[in-house]
Ligand binder design. Structure first.
Ligand code: UD1
Length: 393
């Protein structure tokens, strides 16, 4: 709640989503903006970076996200083409809608593209999930994070460590506000609606004998990072070790379109064809939550799953050399194993022997992060507006 009135002449907050991991962050923010006193008017812009039913429509429905006011329909492309196309199509939105600010979340190409257009047009940029750093500039998301934070006017962080990352890069401390994790807002408010893994598998048409095998406990796998799946020399040994792991614990593998295409292109389908490996298309949000909550362990290269497993207390082995979310290692259930088969085997054995991490819930991962953002942003925008409108002495 903010004890300020919203000036009629102050434009809407343009809220940008583009790709799958943005949707679960934006849903609680839009709800909190509507519930805040005063309510913050919003305009939801979808860049169209993710577009197919599995990656997009299903998540919108399950997260109860409103239909986007504007869809820029950029679709797939190289990083340059995708980023440029979002910029080109986003600019007229700012010209016609006169927003009070542009709010971007996370680290996908759409995040940076819209932040850059806004900063150049002098529209304040608000970044949610600011200050996370892997310190790996080979990751496209790291470039997106660093650059977005540099041009953001208001930065909301998910963990206290982000403040030091940002101040080290010269971001003024008064722009930074620790609010907690909006993704966990989504998780907590949706958990009770998540179907049990068994139902999801049955609906996906998985054979009864496979269901029986999974009923004794399973590991959940997702892989999509270009560094893991775009080269046969990395992907093949990874799939081989997953195959080995599946002999110890059956695996459910939710396949990103990029990963499925590469498995087929490299002729590796045989490695993932087994009764102890269930292949699924990209899952809806609620289905994924149910699969996560029921898993004995998670093997993944995703950013978001590191946080969700920490919130659920499920041990997670992250198939990356680094993470921008160190709190999930320090306090949560996450362990980095890279793509070294030995480390993966060891990690799995440890968890299966009952010695996996239990972790604890990090500060402010309490379901109220979006509320804190709404209260702070309303105050900040109104103050800023009054300062700009005040006659100069
Ligand atoms: C993007 C994000 C990444 C995020 C991931 C989650 C960037 C730089 N990366 O990566 O941070 O973790 O989303 O999914 O923004 N595709 C489809 N259907 C779709 C969308 C994409 O088939 O709805 C295909 C594309 O044709 C492309 C591949 O999936 O071949 C990759 O899509 P893209 O949006 O470029 O990046 P992601 O790898 O999904």
């Amino acid at each position: 709640m903010t004890n300020v009135a919203w000036p009629a002449e102050l434009g809407p907050v343009v809220c940008v989503v583009g790709a799958r991991p943005n949707f679960m962050k934006m849903a609680p923010i839009l709800r909190a903006f509507a519930a805040n006193v005063p309510a913050l008017p919003t305009l939801l812009v979808h860049t169209g970076q993710h577009y197919d039913r599995d990656m997009n429509d299903r998540l919108f429905e399950e997260l109860r996200l409103p239909h986007p006011d504007i869809n820029l329909e950029v679709g797939s492309g190289t990083h340059a083409v995708q980023t440029a196309e979002v910029m080109r199509r986003f600019e007229p939105v700012l010209d016609t809608r006169q927003p009070s600010c542009v709010l971007v979340v996370g680290d996908v190409n759409s995040t940076l593209a819209c932040a850059l257009v806004s900063a150049k047009k002098n529209v304040p940029v608000v970044h949610v999930e600011a200050g996370l750093r892997s310190y790996d500039r080979a990751m496209p998301e790291e470039i997106n994070r660093v650059l977005t934070d540099q041009i953001a006017d208001r930065l909301y962080t998910t963990e206290r460590g982000a403040l030091a990352n940002l101040t080290r890069e010269g971001v003024a401390e008064e722009r930074i506000h620790f609010v907690g994790n909006v993704m966990i807002d989504s998780l907590l408010s949706n958990r009770e609606f998540a179907p049990a893994a068994e139902n999801t598998l049955r609906l996906a048409g998985i054979a009864p004998r496979v269901l029986e095998c999974v009923a004794g406990g399973y590991g959940l796998v997702t892989l999509h990072r270009p560094s893991n799946v775009d080269s046969v020399d990395t992907l093949k040994p990874l799939l081989k070790v997953l195959r080995e792991v599946s002999e110890k614990v059956p695996l459910i593998f939710a396949l990103h379109p990029r990963t499925r295409a590469n498995i087929e292109r490299f002729g590796l389908m045989e490695l993932v064809t087994s009764e102890r490996m269930v292949l699924l298309p990209p899952q809806g949000y609620l289905e994924m939550l149910g699969l996560l909550a029921g898993a004995k362990l998670v093997l993944s290269d995703s950013g978001g799953l590191q946080e969700e497993t920490t919130a659920l207390g499920v041990p997670c082995l992250t198939i990356r050399e680094n993470t921008e979310r160190p709190i999930t290692i320090e306090q949560g259930t996450n362990t980095l194993v890279g793509c070294d088969p030995r480390a993966i085997r060891l990690g799995v054995d440890e968890i299966l022997s009952g010695a996996g991490k239990c972790g604890r819930i990090p500060e402010f991962w309490d379901g109220r992060a979006a509320e804190r953002i709404a209260a702070d942003l309303a105050r900040w925008l109104v103050d800023r507006h009054q300062r700009c409108a005040a006659p100069r002495a």
